[in-house]
Design a protein around this ligand. Structure first.
Ligand code: CA
Length: 353
């Protein structure tokens, strides 16, 4: 719901507002989530916490489920009401990663077809990222290739862990190879913490977007870096939402401590020596969006330490549909050039729009 007190978002000369982490879910996915909530056949406490709420009966849940399915008039009206020129759409968390391998692989393909059709109906307002099923890395790489070359999608979204597994495992690296070869980014979107780490979060309601998402996803990104993925795939680009899930704040300490770990060979092959300091990968192989973090001080900090060409606007619609945050980001104390990069130019370059 847009606050009724907000007025004045209109055409702003100089840039288009491209929102880069905007969620979509077909009815079929929500029905499958509801069935799992009833059956409890999948041992994923984070999913049951998250979708137990969003598939529930609260007003917020009803509005969310209504908005998230729409790929047409309702969504466009909400975009118009908040001055959003374009959404880059992606299948909502946890996407198909919840399911068994065969189900997930088949669903990803169907949902990508459906998303591509929605984009084609409004090609100036929508672009899309492919859903893929890391459960079968080879098929996931093929689906990414198909989605980009045949369907015109602009990259892939992966919702952090898949049944507790992380992409630093070399068995997943066909996905990275495909993304690098295609020149498209992978959006590493949050998921609730994996089963192995979620209990202390659940005990105080901290498992979801309030904090658990960020812990889970920043850990995942670091695992990918320290495993040496970017020494192997130096052109690969990963996108992190929520201003980098706290990692930009950690640059100095990460470099200092990781250099000691590798110099002393304390963890052997599990933490190999890398070609560059960790901060170099975070600056050269990552982009950062402001999804859910429409607050000036941390945005300006990420702009300062990561650079104007690494920072992109995102809303996180429909989960965080807050018009005031658009206005706040319109008013960021950035130069006209950097604000254009932030709202438009970086998205056009990164996603080949
Ligand atoms: Ca999101």
């Amino acid at each position: 719901m847009v606050s009724s007190t907000v007025t004045g978002i209109g055409k702003v000369p100089g840039y288009r507002r491209i929102a880069t982490e905007e969620a979509w879910a077909p009815r079929e996915l929500i029905d499958l989530y509801r069935r799992e909530l009833a059956d409890k056949s999948i041992d994923d406490p984070g999913f049951h916490s998250l979708w137990g709420f969003f598939a529930g009966a609260s007003e917020r849940a009803n509005l969310l489920v209504d908005r998230i399915q729409d790929l047409g008039e309702k969504r466009l009206a909400d975009m118009d009401a908040t001055g959003i020129d374009m959404q880059i759409l992606s299948l909502t968390c946890p996407g198909v990663q919840l399911f068994d391998t065969a189900t997930a692989t088949a669903l990803a393909s169907r949902f990508n077809d459906e998303l591509a059709e929605g984009v084609l109906r409004n090609p100036t307002r929508f672009a899309g990222l492919a859903a893929i099923a890391p459960q079968d890395p080879q098929r996931a790489a093929q689906e990414l290739e198909r989605s980009v070359s045949k369907l015109g999608l602009k990259g892939a979204i992966i919702n952090s862990h898949t049944h507790g597994e992380y992409l630093d495992d070399p068995k997943f690296w066909d996905i990275f190879a495909a993304a690098e070869a295609l020149g498209v980014p992978i959006y590493l979107h949050p998921n609730t913490p994996s089963k192995a780490m979620i209990e202390p979060f659940l005990a105080r309601g901290l498992d979801g977007a309030v904090f658990g998402f960020s812990v889970e996803t920043s850990l995942h990104a670091l695992r990918i870096i320290v495993a040496g993925v970017f020494d192997r795939f130096p052109r690969l680009q990963i996108v992190l939402g929520h201003l980098g899930e706290s990692l930009p704040y950690w640059l100095s300490r990460l470099d200092y401590m990781h250099s000691i770990i590798t110099r002393t060979n304390r963890y052997g092959a599990a933490a190999p020596k890398l070609a560059k300091p960790l901060s170099a990968y975070l600056r050269e192989n990552f982009h950062y969006t402001t999804s859910g973090m429409g607050w000036t001080p941390p945005i300006m900090y990420v702009h300062q330490v990561m650079g104007a060409d690494r920072l992109l606007y995102a809303m996180d619609y429909p989960y965080q549909f807050v018009a005031e945050e658009v206005i706040e980001q319109d008013n960021l104390p950035l130069s006209a050039t950097d604000k254009h990069l932030f709202f438009q130019g970086n998205a056009e370059r990164l996603f080949s729009l």
